[in-house]
Design a protein around this ligand. Sequence first.
Ligand SMILES: Cc1ncc(COP(=O)(O)O)c(C=O)c1O
Length: 416
Amino acid sequence: MFEVFENTESKVRSYCRKYPVEFNKAKNAELFSVDGERYIDFLAVAGSMNYGHNNPEIKAKIMEYLSEDNVINALDMYTAAKEEFLVTFNEKILKPRQLDYKVMCCGPTGTNAVEAALKLARKNTQRSGVIAFSGAFHGMTLGSLAMTTDRTSRGGAGVPLANVTFAPYDGTLDSIAYLKWILEDDHSGVEKPAAIFLETIQAEGGINVASIEWLKEIRKICTEQDILMVCDEIQVGNGRTGHFFSFERAGIQPDMVVVSKSISGFGMPMALLLIRPDLDIFRPAEHNGTFRGNQLSFVGGTAGINYFVEHQVDTMVQEKAKIVEQFIKEEILPLDSRLSYRGMGLLWGIDFGKINPELALDAVHECFDRHMIIEVAGRKDCVLKLMPPLTISEDTLKEGLAIIKEAVTAILKKNN
Ligand SMILES: Cc1ncc(COP(=O)(O)O)c(C=O)c1O
């Protein structure tokens, strides 16, 4: 049935193995197969479709731009589309949050912006090591992969992954005490790092939510010890947690912020590094790349920010979060006392680890059989990860939650 893909495309393909169907249409939180079958989307292209598939307001701006022979790709030359994006991002996102960052347009994938952050942290501090956290996911190129912890991803590197010291994430062992110890003990064996890289919620890591106290403590340690704090907002930014930036809830300002996925509004490739102005010391072309000027991403990005502000997506997400949390508490947890859950905004995880980690993947299959696209995350893939587009209608959200309940009920029954 999928011979073309199986015979022609590399074995590295992955998501298609979990969702063996050929898609061609998509609207908000619904995907449609070539046969016209409808699927509810609780994956949102791994967080790149926060404003919904084919969001009409964003699409209209892109169509208008396309219809006028405007420039489509331009390296990093000055363009009208980039100017409008930079002004909009500054005026509507950064300034209202009292954030002052220079914007570096990186190569189009998140991992490229993480590489830029690594280079810039090293260049500024003249130190080579960095600290990252167990459970982290920062990307698949060598620098970011060195900070990514899952063994499958690391196994693909083929060379030693170096210059990273891992510390336990919030909630694991005594994270802050351990961090302080490796930084302060002159016999810890760890050189002073250039930066500490973190996700405020480890999404791929299993929806591990860092506490506000922990985030503030890391900020304090970084300031006191002259270490740069880099926040990876690639998956949890753009409104996902109920704030534009996920670190806002802690009232902290990272020294650098990596943004990608939904920043382009429409699912186009785009990645940015936000840099504290005094750290902006790359020489021209020192982190270059052909596809740093996708104008459709800038146009979609501007429209996405306008959509976020005009529709108060942050408030919308906080409201929908209540629906999801209440459903999990009242309808899912009672199914088995060993189930637990974590999350915020429209990013939630149901943890099967205490029953049998494999059940989370079984739940994915059961959901797929009921026409829902949903992923697993975390250690041994034991967490069912709920991440719909932020614009999902309440009806579709509730329909999706009901499917999850049916799926979890079915797998628990089979497991007994
Ligand atoms: C937190 C985080 N950092 C980095 C990346 C890498 O982004 P990309 O896949 O666009 O390279 C991802 C991708 O899922 C991510 O979730």
